[in-house]
Design a protein around this ligand. Structure first.
Ligand SMILES: [Fe+2]
Length: 187
């Protein structure tokens, strides 16, 4: 869209386009993670986050309309990379620890999205255009709520996984025999 940025508005419009791409990438990733997750509460969590992503896409489209410019997507290599990484986890992670790996990916994504909206809210507030900062603030609030939900689920899944691993490792662990202390020269 822009070869070179000359104004704060150009940067703001470009970042809005990046946020739109990020939300579409996020939606694709969440749908795949929901299908792959094994626990029903983890699936529900990703489904809820996907629903929020759809609302956030609508908010972004409304912002473009308030600005009087056509909604457009700008490149978002970071979210593309995160989606690629999530697919790689789905392909190479054993079922026993898959939910934890997916939640870690979801948490990273939500933190990135939060950072993008934090920056956009600052720019929108500085610009002072009515309605735009509020819509971006809604998206930011949803991302922050998602972070808290994922963290709570991840803590419970990680604790469960660690306990299962400890249980399954215990019977196979070789018994460690400590030889009696023999003073030097006694053999
Ligand atoms: Fe989002």
């Amino acid at each position: 869209m822009f070869e070179h940025f000359n104004t704060a508005d150009q940067v703001f419009h470009y970042k809005l386009g990046l946020a739109l791409t990020m939300e579409y990438d996020s939606l694709d990733m969440l749908v795949e993670m929901e299908e792959a997750a094994l626990r029903s509460d983890v699936r529900d969590l990703f489904r809820d986050h996907a629903h929020k992503s759809r609302q956030q896409i609508e908010n972004l489209q409304q912002i473009f309309s308030l600005l009087g410019i056509e909604a457009h997507q700008a490149p978002s290599p970071a979210s593309k990379g995160m989606a690629k990484e999530a697919r790689s986890y789905i392909a190479k992670t054993d079922d026993a620890v898959l939910d934890g790996a997916l939640l870690a990916g979801g948490l990273e994504l939500a933190h990135y999205e939060t950072a993008v909206y934090d920056g956009l809210v600052i720019q929108a507030q500085a610009k002072g255009t009515a309605g735009i900062a509020e819509l971006l603030h809604q998206n930011l609030g949803q991302e922050k709520a998602v972070i808290e939900d994922i963290k709570a689920a991840f803590e419970s899944v990680a604790t469960e996984d660690a306990a299962i691993q400890e249980e399954s490792a215990a019977p196979d662990a070789p018994a460690i025999v400590i030889p009696p202390y023999l003073p030097p020269g006694s053999i």
